[in-house]
Design a protein around this ligand. Structure first.
Ligand code: HEC
Ligand code: HEC
Ligand code: HEC
Length: 132
């Protein structure tokens, strides 16, 4: 007849084996970047929004910053009108980094993970932060 003990042990072993890659990945340091929006300015906002939607920012912020630079440097235009029709002052330092004053825990969190190193901060002023 069946040896239910062995079957159960076999099933258990299978479950553990099948889910191991999962379990062993849980809570690993440096697994996925978690950019923090815990900053004084953002904490004061009633509606926590970026200059464009989060999805847009996530995928397009590099392009947006390029366009912002061109707008100022080529056209002398310092106002950006977003999708919601609001005018935003174009400034990496005074707009982006005013809200995202935690560059290390925000920008760098993703960039380190992706191994990108924007070269902007040799000229543009990064927010003052305590060393980690
Ligand atoms: C008025 C404050 C404010 C300004 C200015 C601002 N942000 Fe944001 N940003 C936010 C908030 C709040 C979120 C989170 C939005 C959400 O969760 O819907 C966010 C989200 C983002 C995200 C997506 C993060 C994620 O976890 O997906 C990126 C990237 C980003 N911002 C970059 C920028 C850049 C670059 C600029 C300047 C061009 C900028 N932000 C300007 C407040 C701001
Ligand atoms: C949600 C993750 C995330 C956050 C938050 C984020 N970035 Fe990025 N950023 C990326 C990724 C991913 C790339 C690389 C995109 C690529 O290579 O196509 C990138 C690229 C860039 C680039 C272009 C660099 C290059 O060499 O091409 C700039 C500039 C930049 N980010 C600025 C910022 C600034 C400023 C902030 C903070 C205000 C910020 N990013 C926050 C994910 C993020
Ligand atoms: C070699 C120095 C230098 C580097 C490196 C540099 N910039 Fe700039 N950037 C400038 C100067 C100078 C201006 C013009 C400032 C003005 O007229 O307000 C400017 C203007 C800008 C502006 C519009 C005005 C403002 O104050 O924000 C944006 C946005 C910008 N740069 C983004 C970037 C980004 C993003 C990077 C990195 C990918 C970068 N810059 C790297 C020198 C630099």
């Amino acid at each position: 007849m069946y040896d239910s003990g062995k079957i159960i042990a076999g099933l258990l072993a299978f479950v553990v084996f099948a889910t191991f890659p999962f379990i062993s990945n849980m809570g690993k340091a440096g697994a996925k970047p978690k950019p923090s929006i815990d900053t004084p300015v953002i904490n004061q906002m009633q509606v926590k929004q970026c200059v464009e939607s989060r999805d847009f920012m996530r995928t397009e912020h590099m392009q947006l910053l390029n366009n912002w630079r061109d707008s100022v440097v080529r056209n002398g235009d310092r106002i950006y009108v977003n999708n919601a029709g609001q005018g935003v002052n174009i400034s990496l330092q005074n707009t982006c980094m005013n809200c995202h004053s935690n560059k290390k825990k925000f920008c760098d969190e993703c960039h380190n993970y992706m191994a990108v190193k924007p070269y902007c901060w040799s000229c543009h002023i990064a927010p003052k932060e305590n060393a980690l």
